[in-house]
Design a protein around this ligand. Structure first.
Ligand code: BT5
Length: 325
């Protein structure tokens, strides 16, 4: 949408319960009232419901359930995350588009949303199901001055941000499963995919991709997955409010990270962990380890498990399963 459309929407939102006259809008934009009408028609085509009455003007009745940049920006109040927001109806993968934008020089904090993905992916090329307008699929460009070995800490900071945002908006008891899953009632509701582009010693940029099942019915999701809608007795969650809260929380934890405060993030991570203290089995490409999840290494974000021999093993990557004793 054009800047003038955004300005009209903003003016209508400011006076949500009353009318804004055509004259006010034409003065504000420096265009004729006929031109204002054309913009209103265009905004309606985007899915906004706007009533129009002669002598009174225009009133905003309904905002569409779509992740529109100007809606996400409205009263967002972040400094870095969301400086620039792109929103697409469909993409192959928001991570791919964000990577392309970063390579073209897009600034830190740029966010790419898509209402659905043709090739949404998880780690190791696994597929991420992205039913249209039922979730939030987004990728963030970050440029922290860190070495590639520290990238895992960004995933952990993002997972604390995601769990906090879900708790705030839906009141559901979201927990984190190392390294990149968010669970509600032991089922996966969200996943994070962190991809780095780096020189040998220092990161050029990181793309943090987040997928979250918001209003999807369970039939649209893989087995074992759930959505906020399903876990909150089929209550529809406001996706714009959740997207805004994700941006705010990501900014909060990213700033903590950049300020050298990973210890504070790790402490919150421990409080939100679904597995800490439990017996876990970690499978990665080459090995399977089993033991008690003890914590995370604050220098790297890696998982520490105590094996039955008493040996404390540091695990760099893998899929974690709880082992029932
Ligand atoms: C993840 O990988 O959990 C990271 C998912 C990241 C997705 C986002 S969406 C926006 C951005 N753009 C992308 O292309 N990706 C990111 P992993 O831990 O490897 O888990 C993948 C596994 O989760 C799959 O093999 C399925 O078993 C399961 N899965 C797939 N779709 C799911 C869904 N919608 N909800 C829950 N689980 C799902």
């Amino acid at each position: 949408m054009q800047a003038s459309d955004d300005k009209i929407i903003f003016a209508l939102k400011q006076k949500r319960d009353s009318f804004v006259s055509g004259e006010e809008l034409s003065d504000m934009l420096g265009i004729s009232r006929a031109a204002v009408w054309k913009h209103i028609q265009k905004i309606r085509d985007e899915g906004y419901v706007i009533s129009a009455l002669p002598h009174l003007g225009y009133r905003l009745v309904k905002i569409p359930d779509r992740l529109i940049p100007c809606e996400i920006k409205y009263e967002l109040n972040t400094k870095i995350i969301g400086r620039k927001i792109y929103s697409y109806t469909e993409l192959d993968s928001t991570n791919d588009t964000a990577e392309k934008l970063a390579l073209e020089g897009s600034e830190e904090g740029t966010v790419v949303f898509a209402e659905s993905q043709r090739k949404g992916r998880g780690r190791l090329g696994r597929a991420w199901m992205s039913p249209r307008e039922k979730g939030i699929y987004a990728s963030f460009i970050l440029k922290p001055r860190i070495s590639p070995s520290e990238a895992q800490k960004i995933t952990l900071a993002a997972s604390v941000a995601m769990a906090s945002a879900i708790r705030k908006v839906s009141s559901l008891p979201a927990l984190i499963k190392w390294p990149n899953d968010i669970l509600v009632n032991q089922k996966k509701v969200s996943g994070i995919l962190t991809e780095i582009t780096a020189h040998p010693d220092v990161i050029k940029f990181i793309v943090v991709g987040i997928g979250i099942n918001v209003n999807a019915q369970k039939e649209l999701l893989p087995q074992g997955a759930t959505s906020l809608y399903e876990e909150s007795s089929k209550r529809t969650i406001d996706r714009i409010a959740l997207a805004q809260e994700i941006l705010r929380q990501l900014e909060k934890y990213y700033l903590l990270f950049c300020g050298g405060n990973f210890g504070a993030i790790a402490a919150e991570w421990q409080d939100l962990s679904a597995t800490l203290g439990s017996r876990v089995r970690v499978k990665n490409l080459n090995n399977i380890y089993e033991g008690q999840a003890m914590g995370i290494d604050e220098n790297t974000g890696n998982l520490i498990i105590r094996e039955d021999t008493g040996f404390c093993r540091v695990v760099l990557s893998g899929d974690v399963d709880l082992v029932k004793s």
